[in-house]
Design a protein around this ligand. Structure first.
Ligand SMILES: [Mg+2]
Length: 385
């Protein structure tokens, strides 16, 4: 993989869609107020691609639709009376879906065969993967059993957590210093130190962590720090009268959680976020699990974070390396895609319902993730005998 040519300079991509009347203004804004070279070294402006989404009035309805369609009402559980097999409709749909995305547990033998003689590297999302999704994002704790499973896995394989949360927050939850951490959807990476070389990224610095260990910090969106803080404050103020909204500052991105907001007020959430984002052409909006995420418009995501970490570990050009990425969110798809397209590892989607994915395997929930990690460790130890 060639991080130098593909990833060394985060690329500022056009935020879109936009309505026609604003395109001219937006183009000027990009030229006049785009972050300069000192803002993000090596930054490259690209022509509008109409690819990402900044929210404006015209598109509010679209976002509301997307939020509703990603939160379908629970289906009625109906028995198959004719065959009396006792399977509910959702179960049948899930089992059919699993033909395409087999359970990593049920297919463990097949998985183990393909992993024979390879060096596994583990990448784990946090929320919904290692911890259950809960109403209060500040209380998304992982169980002690899960922590043990992750800790044991990290003794056998290089392991990194890649989360949308701030890096400090996700470390507070996991508390395992032997892991690598990437917060803010990969925009804040604490990775291994490597000898200085001409391949070093411009936003990469050596630092010492709280445990006194030397680490490499990589923050491709460092120039957005002030802007994100400003937007966080504006979002807190704008949404303060909407019951249930939680706005979370994840350092290089902001999450607006609407899990606890009455569905009738979701349009107000969209309007507030959209109103503020209009003033920030260099920020874009993405949709997660009952959360709107405000992120810098740079060409960096969890997939690129995976490649960066593999390279930092000196494992990017090794044929015998098998990266495994486990995650439940749309943002994890970037990592699944990178592994699938590079034909160099497996994505495992955590989902209790059928959904399209670039992953190869599936696991139903965090308890199955724990079981899979334990199985990996047992397999590793037995294959070393
Ligand atoms: Mg997640």
């Amino acid at each position: 993989m060639d991080l130098k040519s593909n990833h060394a300079s985060p690329v500022l991509t056009e935020a879109s869609p936009i309505n026609k009347s604003r395109r001219g203004l937006r183009a000027k804004l990009l030229l006049c107020s785009a972050p300069s070279a000192s803002f993000l070294p090596g930054l490259l402006l690209t022509s509008p691609k109409m690819k990402h989404a900044i929210l404006d009035d015209v598109r509010s309805a679209t976002w509301l639709d997307a939020m509703k369609s990603s939160s379908p009402p629970p289906k009625l559980i109906t028995k198959d009376i004719d065959n009396d097999i006792g399977a509910s409709e959702p179960d049948v749909a899930y089992q059919t879906w699993m033909l395409k995305y087999p359970s990593a547990l049920l297919s463990f033998e097949q998985f183990a065969n393909s992993a024979k003689g390879k060096r596994i590297v583990l990448f784990l999302d946090y929320d919904g993967t290692l911890s259950p999704i809960v109403e209060d994002p500040d209380r998304a704790f992982m169980s002690d059993d899960m922590r043990k499973a992750v800790g044991k896995a990290a003794k056998c394989f290089p392991t990194a957590i890649i989360s949308g949360r701030s890096r400090d927050k996700v470390f507070e939850f996991v508390t395992l210093p032997e892991l690598y951490y990437a917060g803010s959807h990969g925009m804040d990476i604490r990775g291994p130190v490597r000898p200085p070389s001409s391949d070093d990224h411009p936003n990469s610095i050596r630092s010492t962590d709280k445990q006194g260990k030397e680490v490499n910090l990589f923050q491709p969106a460092s120039g957005f720090l002030t802007m994100i803080g400003e937007v966080f404050a504006s979002l807190v103020e704008a949404t303060k009268d909407i019951d249930g909204v939680i706005v979370e500052n994840n350092k290089f991105c902001v999450s607006v959680h609407y899990r606890n907001v009455d569905v009738k007020s979701w349009d107000k959430v969209v309007a507030c976020v959209g109103g503020i984002l209009k003033e920030y052409p260099h920020l874009r909006l993405t949709l997660g699990r009952k959360v709107l995420e405000v992120r810098p418009v740079i060409d960096w995501d969890k997939g690129k974070a995976v490649m960066f970490l593999l390279e930092s570990l000196g494992l990017s050009k090794c044929e015998d390396v098998l990266p495994i990425y486990i995650g439940d969110d749309r943002t994890d798809e970037d990592a699944f895609k990178v592994l699938r397209e590079g034909n160099q590892g497996f994505g495992i989607l955590v989902s209790s319902g059928p959904k399209e994915s670039s992953a190869y395997y599936s696991l139903r929930d965090p308890s199955e993730v724990k079981e899979f990690l334990n199985s990996l460790v047992i397999w590793k130890k037995s294959s070393a005998l």
